[in-house]
Design a protein around this ligand. Structure first.
Ligand SMILES: [Zn+2]
Length: 96
């Protein structure tokens, strides 16, 4: 007996991603985790260009509510950013 593998590979949701383009309030746009889209397994802390896209100019990490990053990747990202900060690629959060 074979299980249906095809379905699992395609993903339960099918290929119709909700791009959040629905009209209405027009304000809230659901973003999809960028890393999931690109199938990133491990976020490279040396890739500071990429990391910079996820921090504010003050050096704060953009919350996932805003960036749309999923929990798993947000965590990776946080680790990566912290690591990058430690090796002085990125600025620490500036205070005042
Ligand atoms: Zn993700």
């Amino acid at each position: 007996m074979f299980e249906r593998r095809e379905r699992a590979e395609r993903g339960e949701r099918g290929d119709r991603e909700d791009r959040g383009e629905r009209e209405g309030r027009g304000f809230y746009r659901r973003k999809i985790c960028r890393f999931c889209t690109e199938k990133v397994l491990l976020i490279d802390y040396k890739d500071m260009q990429m990391l910079r896209g996820f921090i504010t100019d003050r050096g704060k990490i953009i919350p996932r509510r805003i960036s749309g990053t999923c929990a798993k990747h947000q965590r990776e990202l946080t680790t990566a950013i912290k690591r990058a900060r430690n090796i002085a690629f990125l600025p620490f959060t500036e205070r005042g």
